[in-house]
Design a protein around this ligand. Structure first.
Ligand code: ATP
Length: 133
């Protein structure tokens, strides 16, 4: 069966690499599907669940965040700030991160980095939503 090579990379290093049958990732305008031998492209990713089909197994899921997905020569490279399997998400940590981000946004101090606080809140809320622990 035709396949493509999926690589997920974060600043911490390689998170995942394997042959998959297809995948769908959260793009800027919604879910973006990729089949083997997809045309070359580069797209922004956003926070959300990425799902990959593997032969004879359950779909693999990763919560990914802001970054890029690049397709070249049947290799899909997802460069993302971080990526977690839903079962590896620490729900308490996500709740604490969400509380911190909300406090920052509500305090509206002059030196607030609004984009950073909003991005942190979005990551935390997505982790809360997709945690399976
Ligand atoms: P925090 O403030 O809790 O560190 P963050 O959104 O700033 O959250 P990131 O910079 O996105 O964290 O991720 C840093 C590392 O911590 C990555 O390896 C990421 O997968 C991991 N990580 C962050 N939050 C969680 C969580 N709730 N459960 C499991 N791993 C997490």
């Amino acid at each position: 069966m035709a396949s493509l090579n999926l690589r997920i990379i974060s600043p911490e290093g390689s998170i995942f690499e394997s042959e998959v049958q297809s995948l769908a990732f959260p793009g800027e305008g919604g879910s973006f599907g990729i089949l083997p031998h997809h045309a070359e492209m580069t797209s922004l990713t956003s926070s959300g669940l990425m799902s990959a089909k593997v032969e004879g197994g359950d779909p693999l899921e990763f919560l990914i965040h802001d970054g890029f997905a690049q397709v070249r020569k049947n290799i899909v490279t997802v460069l993302t700030r971080s990526a977690e399997k839903p079962q590896d998400i620490d729900l308490d940590r996500a709740r604490q991160a969400a509380d911190r981000a909300k406090e920052r946004l509500q305090a509206r101090v002059a030196e607030l980095d609004l984009f950073r606080a909003q991005a942190a809140l979005r990551r935390a809320l997505m982790r809360e939503m997709h945690a399976r622990s």
